[in-house]
Design a protein around this ligand. Sequence first.
Ligand code: BES
Ligand code: ZN
Length: 639
Amino acid sequence: MRASFFFCVCVAFVCASCATMTASTMPMTEEPPEAAMTNDVHSYALPDVARVTHVSLDLRLDFAARVVAGTAALTIERAAGATDVVLDDRGLVIEGVTDDDGHDLAFVVGPVSAVRGSSLTIALPASPLSKVTIRYRTRPDAEALQWLPRELTASKQQPFFFTQGQAILTRTWIPLQDSPGIRLTYDARIRVPQGITAVMSAERVDEGTAGDDVVFAFDMPQAIPGYLIALAAGDLKFTAISARTGVWADATVVDAAASEFADTEKMVAAAEELYGPYRWGRFDILVLPPSFPFGGMENPRLTFASSTVLAGDRSLVSLIAHELAHSWSGNLVTNATWADIWLNEGTTVYFEDRIVERLYGTDVAEMLRTLAWQDLLRSLAEKDGPDPRLWRALAAEEDPDEALSDVAYIKGAAFLRHLDGVVGRDRFDAFLSGWFNDNAFSSRTTAVFLERVRTQLAKNDDERARMHIDDWAYAPSTPPTTQPTSKLLAQLDSDVVKLQNGAAPSSVDTQSFHAMQWVHLLQQLPRTQTAAQMKALDDAWGLNADHSKTSNNEVRFEWLRLVIANHDERSLPVLENYLVTIGRRKLVLPLYEQLATTSWGREFAGRAFERARPGYHPLTIAGVEQTLAEALSEKPTSP
Ligand code: BES
Ligand code: ZN
């Protein structure tokens, strides 16, 4: 089993035979009422009454106290008669709120919900006012923030700080209306100690000093949802890739990163050819330490990417294609609520695949598509697998990450591929360009997208019927569709059989393997191996070795699954080191879960987690704690 993208634990109706179900046996499903689809249950904001249109931040990073402190001045557009503005807040310490003239405004922090945090309601004076200024600071354990001490950075020169807002965590460091349906522009002044460089998802417009500190000023004049406001600070260096692309990273990795991501300009050009101009000016990449809880995050103008993708052979750069594609699907046209996340992620995976195909050819694109499809089938077949519907109502007390699964990503992309199969690529590409263009800088629901498919993409009833639109979106099963296949993976079939029949690993010609072929080969090996067989695999393929072809983090992940399955003592130090140095959820949570099914594994996991915890992000800590707690409440499957 390979991990699902975000490894959510969902209570879902699981249909293991989904892939084989025919259209006539599928439950007919229709679109839910509009009100159920436009309402963002995860935000307290009442934007029709009073809406934040701009935020001006003036913040200081206190690395010693792990606190962000300062002011957020919000520009508000209010309906006639509006008496207050409602914001989202999660754990902020609000010190005071003032109007344009510096007079205090009354405010109330509402009751705390574990998922949404609290409302922050500010009384608006009767006189027309343009701004309310909130003086506040964050808690040291704010979920959007990670503060890494300098010892845990690559060059160990300066501490490192970064934010991760998606889905609903921006409210843990900025008081605002934290809904993907509410867009705002922003500017910021960020004060940091000398020697530290701050970067944001915005244009840097100035740099100066204030006392002993350095101040960086930023401007984002394009309206974005709050989850895309991002800030990082540390010992950062910049290397240009092209006139409009480049890499920010720790000095010790910046050159390696620039070379790994050398194709970035080509990716932007390919994306523009496919779906229209790149509208954000620069496309830079910030390399985050391995504790970054995700592989990548599409912060506008400055994609955040985990250093775990720096494989040395550019084999994991489809992640950059993915985050770049979000510049259209996600950042330009945004999912209206988190129940619509497949619109962001599914469309992006489809778009990513098209970029990969242009740059690296059909064989590579097919291989990635096929591996992803296999992941989807595996996760749907799991006992606690994801809800198979692209859209379903989310409850207010349900974490929006519950809607994040292989379904949103892989089934979402497969739906668009299905549509392109029905109408042909030319028509589909024109349709998608039109969607991005007509809805630029707006947030849209699933219903609006599907209506456009129904009325503008489909030419006639026959096409509409073959699209199975409502079934793809709302039925708890996947309509019949062409399953992806891969020449590069099929090439491994005979090797797989040979190995399954006991051939020596060294007899396989792995010279020209792509990292993803390694992933596939390791996935196909029998789960039970003797200690001698594990040693033979490692000896032949360098699976535990540093700087080998198989030290690629995705390949090593597959190897470590086999190590855990066989309690391979001699590889446990490598496993422990992986868990302690990497904090990317997708790469570590499945290993903890697997470890937690045995008693030796639980003990091992507990020890590794204790060592790893100081370097983990709050989201990863929460994920591991949940995984281990759930495992303890279930019966172990073996000693
Ligand atoms: N936007 C997502 C990351 C995300 C989604 C963070 C929802 C928080 C909530 C990003 O674009 C993404 O999908 N990242 C993937 C990599 C990608 C290649 C599939 C990841 O981090 O694994
Ligand atoms: Zn994404």
